[in-house]
Design a protein around this ligand. Structure first.
Ligand code: DX5
Ligand code: ZN
Length: 220
């Protein structure tokens, strides 16, 4: 089953509560929370207090995408705030193996994200213990950028790996009705969409169009 994880980066931060309630009713499966520190990426977003506050109003699965340096230092505070999946960047961590174990020791899911210029090779030896790999399809930092089709091959390679058959593969950046189909066809099963959902007139219509296009691409 293909799932959609709307990214609240493109929500109205002044009406975040309403937007999250609305997107949950509109058929979102997960909620994607983009955490940026102004170092790992040239933008700043939210800390654990905002995550905890949104948590009060939502039953959605909370997927925390940490675009930060030293994720090992901060991940626990995001778990305490309600994250059910911690996704850190391969480029920000030396010992990914230990960090995955540490995340799992809190009883939540662990994922690794790779930027467009990072090869999938670095995650292949970890697939057996990872819950998800996030393939960035734009340079991390901002919503509303153009999808980079050259990253699709990474999804195909991970899916084809002996340990990649059942793993969740997420794609993030520039996902819309058209690009969702390319991603799904390459083996992606969790679609992050920020502007394509939150800038749409109807969240429900945007979500169902993206999901339908992805499902159609897979089912032929
Ligand atoms: C970018 C973030 C994305 C972003 C996607 O660094 O990781 O999650 O919100 O936004 P769109 O879907 O507009 O590209
Ligand atoms: Zn993201």
């Amino acid at each position: 089953m293909i799932k959609i994880a709307p990214s609240i980066l493109s929500a109205d931060f002044g009406a975040l509560r309403e937007d999250v309630i609305k997107v949950e009713k509109a058929g979102a499966h997960w909620l994607h929370l983009d955490i940026m520190d102004g170092h790992f990426v040239p933008n700043l977003t939210m800390g654990p207090d905002i995550v905890a506050s949104v948590r009060k109003d939502s039953k959605l699965f909370f997927d925390c995408h940490l675009m930060i340096d030293n994720p090992e230092k901060y991940m626990e505070s995001f778990i305490k705030a309600g994250a059910e999946l911690i996704c850190f960047h391969a480029e920000a961590v030396d010992d990914m193996d230990s960090l995955i174990d540490k995340i799992h020791s809190f009883g939540v899911k662990a994922a690794v994200a790779i930027k467009p210029g990072t090869s999938e090779e670095c995650v292949l030896p970890l697939l057996h213990k990872l819950d998800m790999v996030l393939i960035m399809s734009v340079e991390p930092g901002f919503g509303g950028q153009k999808f980079m089709p050259e990253v699709l091959d990474k999804a195909r390679k991970i899916r084809a790996h002996k340990d990649g058959k059942d793993i969740d593969i997420q794609m993030d950046g520039g996902i819309n009705e058209e690009t969702a189909a390319y991603a799904a066809k390459a083996g992606v099963n969790i679609l992050v969409a920020g502007s394509a959902v939150f800038k749409a007139a109807s969240y429900e219509e945007a979500i169902s169009k993206i999901l339908k296009s992805a499902e159609d691409a897979v089912n032929g």
